[in-house]
Unconditional design. Sequence first.
Length: 69
Amino acid sequence: MAKKRKERFEVGESETIEACLERMKEAGYQPVKRIEKPIFKEEKVNSNKEYVPIRQQIIFEGILVEGER
């Protein structure tokens, strides 16, 4: 089965960036783009809704290395 040309890899909560990059390399992908998205939590303060950032979601986009097809 052929691999997809582009793939996204999300860094897990208990995973380091280096571990995610190593996982990409083992799968045959090279990182080309890093995407960071804030994750918010909704809290009520004095009957007002406030959104508090709780963590950062990091996603790497990788392309298939030519020799891996």
